[in-house]
Design a protein around this ligand. Structure first.
Ligand code: CP
Length: 322
């Protein structure tokens, strides 16, 4: 492993599309260093002592919110979490006014999750401090894609080129699919999308992926399969006639994974609908990287907070093109 160091050239992390290949490996390498801290008996270093991180989560989250909070605390930053239900947004305050109010308290990073696509960008254009997108609507989830790349990099022994990943399920409503397709194809991974036509993204024919409608065809010779949660809360009625039929045709089971390359791994960003998009047996099997993804999430978010909380305005925009 090498640690490439250079002034971090980005003010905000809105999507992986803004990151160059060098930036991605810088982040993944930094995350590896931070992962080591997470295995120590005392999991705390003074790296971000005196820095303040605000976590503004206007949508439910377990993994992303707790891992950003844990990441900040392990780096000795002061972290404050605010949810929509506990904020003055319930009294009618706009997102912009909430964010300007938080900025007036002079945080070093604001992490935001919101149900509106573009919410993070909207804030980034209005705030001086770095904004990190923790998932905005159906648009992007950059730290999820980075942690997935981290988990795959470990599982594939640092090799991305020539590997094949199947993304199975609801990619139409999935910010995870969008960010992963961009990041992993840029690293040399062949990506296949599989799902019913109604759950594939509009314009998918222009994406750098192969598209399959049958799981049995998609998983042939694949090195990993990433199951996506059926996002029932984002679906308009009528996209799926019958959940039992969906499960029968698209649920990843041991028999279906057996058609992939020997040793193929299984991922899921969570939360899981067990028995709907992934069988319990597979989720709990040795092929599963699901909990490795969660562990990677803390390390990757430590790297993100470190790079954004310590970046200098002078370096912003000076990086390589993405
Ligand atoms: N993967 C993910 O974003 O999970 P949470 O919604 O629990 O944060």
């Amino acid at each position: 492993m090498h640690e490439d160091t250079y002034p971090w050239p980005h003010k905000d992390l809105l999507d992986v599309t803004g990151l160059s290949r060098r930036d991605v490996f810088r982040l993944l390498d930094s995350a590896r260093s931070f992962h080591e801290i997470n295995r120590r008996p005392v999991k705390k270093v003074p790296t971000l002592k005196g820095k303040t991180v605000v976590l503004f989560f206007a949508e439910p989250s377990t993994r992303t919110r707790v891992s950003f909070d844990t990441a900040g605390k392990r780096l000795s930053a002061d972290t404050f979490a605010l949810g929509k239900s506990g904020s003055s947004q319930l009294k009618g305050e706009t997102l912009k006014d909430t964010a300007l109010t938080l900025q007036a308290m002079n945080p070093d990073v604001i992490v935001i999750r919101d149900s509106s696509s573009g919410a993070a960008q909207f804030l980034a254009e209005r705030l001086r401090c770095p904004v990190v997108n923790a998932g905005d609507g159906c648009h992007a989830h950059p730290t999820q894609a980075l942690l997935d790349a981290y988990a795959l990099r470990d599982a594939w022994h640092d090799k991305f080129e020539g590997k094949t990943l199947v993304i199975l399920g609801d990619s139409a409503h999935g910010r995870v699919a969008r960010s992963n397709v961009h990041l992993l194809t840029s690293l040399g991974v062949r990506v296949r999308l599989c799902g019913p036509r109604t759950l594939l993204p509009p314009g998918v024919e222009k994406w750098p992926v192969e598209v399959f409608s049958r799981v049995e065809d998609a998983v042939q010779d694949a090195d990993a399969v990433m199951c996506l949660r059926l996002q029932l809360e984002r679906q308009q009625a009528g996209l799926l006639p019958d959940l039992r039929d969906y499960s029968a045709r698209y649920c990843l089971t041991p028999a279906r994974l057996a058609l992939a390359r020997p040793g193929a791994r299984v991922l899921h960003p969570g939360p899981l609908n067990r028995g709907l998009e992934i069988s319990s047996e597979l989720a709990d099997s040795s092929a599963s990287l699901i909990l490795d993804q969660v562990a990677a999430g803390v390390a990757v978010r430590m790297a993100v907070l470190y790079l954004y909380a310590t970046r200098s305005d002078a370096a912003v925009g000076a990086g390589e093109p993405a």
